[in-house]
Design a protein around this ligand. Structure first.
Ligand SMILES: [Zn+2]
Length: 232
């Protein structure tokens, strides 16, 4: 699709959704100091993404850029986010995905900074609605190495913890990607409390597999790696 084919009403509608979601995520303190970025796929070869260093709490339509799948801005002012490579990797690997959010939710980012995985799920709802959170080894933010790593992991996960960095979620639309970001942060908070209480009560492999089967049915989720289990 030629960017000139993107009608003003369509751009305004999608832009409005991005602005509303970015404001909500900023209110949750997921986008401290202009960090993070959002994108929405609008055709087979174009996405709308946030501008590099845009303030996610005060976004306007001028902070949104239409870019192609090579990451080149084709309409709108300024440069796409430096982390657009991660977003494009998700769209390449997951035809079912139409929205990507990268953020730094405080508790989940604490786990990322401590190089501590969030794949030990103890709550059935998290397994069904989110699935295992992939753990992506550290690479420099904005680098092609990080985009390549995301490409490796996103085929089998809807949410990734990026070591020493933050989190990334995908969805059929922005709302689903945002709900998954909330679930990542919720998972981190619950895991932190569980560790403070000093006892990990993981689901057994059989219980986890039963929940993952529900997930495959209700959410048409991608194939997933087994959850880790610490035993009881
Ligand atoms: Zn980042």
């Amino acid at each position: 699709m030629d960017p000139s084919d993107v009608s003003t009403p369509m751009f305004d509608r999608i832009g409005g959704e991005i602005i509303e979601m970015a404001t909500t995520l900023s209110d949750h303190e997921y986008h401290a100091a202009r960090a993070g970025n959002l994108s929405v796929r609008i055709s087979s070869d174009l996405v709308v993404c946030t501008r590099h260093r845009a303030d996610k709490g005060k976004l306007t339509l001028n902070d949104l850029i239409i870019c192609n799948l090579q990451g080149d801005g084709v309409a709108g002012g300024g440069k796409p986010s430096s982390e657009i490579g991660m977003h494009l990797a998700c769209y390449r690997v997951r035809p079912d995905v139409s929205a990507v959010i990268h953020a730094h939710p405080p508790t989940a980012t604490g786990f990322a900074a401590a190089s501590t995985r969030l794949d030990q799920v103890t709550l059935p709802e998290l397994v069904v609605w989110l699935g295992p959170i992939g753990f992506v080894p550290y690479a420099t933010p904005g680098s092609s190495e990080l985009a390549d790593l995301v490409e490796q992991y996103i085929g089998s996960h809807d949410a990734l913890l990026l070591e020493n960095h933050g989190a990334l979620t995908v969805g059929q639309d922005l709302r689903q990607a945002a709900e998954r970001m909330d679930l990542v942060e919720h998972s981190a908070r619950v895991t932190l409390v569980v560790r403070q209480l000093g006892k990990v009560f993981s689901l057994s492999p059989a219980e986890s597999e039963e929940l993952l089967e529900i997930r495959r049915r209700v959410d048409r989720a991608p194939p997933v790696f087994p959850l880790s289990s610490a035993g009881r």
